[in-house]
Design a protein around this ligand. Structure first.
Ligand SMILES: [Fe+2]
Length: 244
């Protein structure tokens, strides 16, 4: 191996290692850091029909009682089988590539839905306020430009997955999308960060009401966003990212 290639390889691994360590200490500061792969499903913060007419009661019931419940049970079983029960869920995410794919799918499924329920509320919508609104305008040019980018990421996710608004390691907001039950906290994610808003674009999230009309589901999602919770997550993520 040529000297220059060897130096490049060394730097690549040094940066990768530092990055993983950095994310580990950042994730540890988040309030959800105590979550483990052995966890119970939390109660839904509202009734199944609370998000009508945008998300119908039957979809919410199946999504929470069947899909999220199954991810939770399967995560617990996979954690026991893979002897990862003693780890925090975020440690698992930070080293996701080293663990069984079952833990990736079900651990992601457990966590993504846990935060998704809280990111919505009855009579939500409106627009974010204060610091988060300023940051969105600063990063994307306008609130509408952000909304278009987020909706576009959700619409273009091929097959099943999620679209996210997250903070990167520098505290900058970015929009991304992940396949299946991956999320930006995982080391397998193309761009890593702390998610503050997400939309589930698996068909199980909308098919009963919208059938193949994913765009209509995405458009209506804006009516149920809990911006108080998204702002809270934004502030918490910023705090975790503060350099000491
Ligand atoms: Fe889902």
């Amino acid at each position: 191996m040529k000297k220059r290639s060897a130096i490049f390889l060394f730097l690549f691994y040094a940066i990768f290692t530092l990055n993983a360590q950095d994310w580990s200490s950042i994730f540890a500061k988040l309030s959800e850091a105590s979550l483990t792969p052995i966890s119970n499903q939390e109660a839904l913060p509202y009734a199944f029909d609370a998000l009508e007419p945008y998300i119908d009661a039957r979809t919410m019931e199946l999504h929470y009682s069947k899909h999220h419940a199954a991810y939770t049970t399967n995560m617990n079983n996979t954690a026991k089988e893979s002897e990862t029960a003693h780890l925090s869920l975020f440690e698992v995410f930070n080293n996701m590539s080293k663990y069984p794919v079952g833990l990736r799918n079900n651990g992601g499924g457990y966590y993504n839905h846990l935060i998704f329920w809280k990111m919505m509320k009855p009579a939500g919508g409106d627009k974010p306020q204060g610091k988060l609104m300023d940051a969105l305008i600063n990063e994307f040019g306008s609130y509408d430009a952000f909304a278009e980018k987020f909706s576009d990421a959700a619409a273009k996710r091929f097959g099943s997955g999620w679209a996210w608004l997250s903070l990167d390691a520098e505290g900058k907001l970015f929009v991304s999308s992940t396949p299946n039950q991956d999320n930006p906290m995982m080391d397998v994610s193309d761009k890593r960060g702390i998610p503050i808003l997400g939309i589930d674009v698996w068909e199980h999230a909308y098919y009963l009401k919208y059938q193949n009309r994913r765009l209509e589901y995405i458009k209506n999602f804006w009516n149920v966003i809990n911006w108080d919770e998204v702002s809270r997550r934004y502030e918490e993520a910023l705090h975790a990212l503060e350099k000491e």
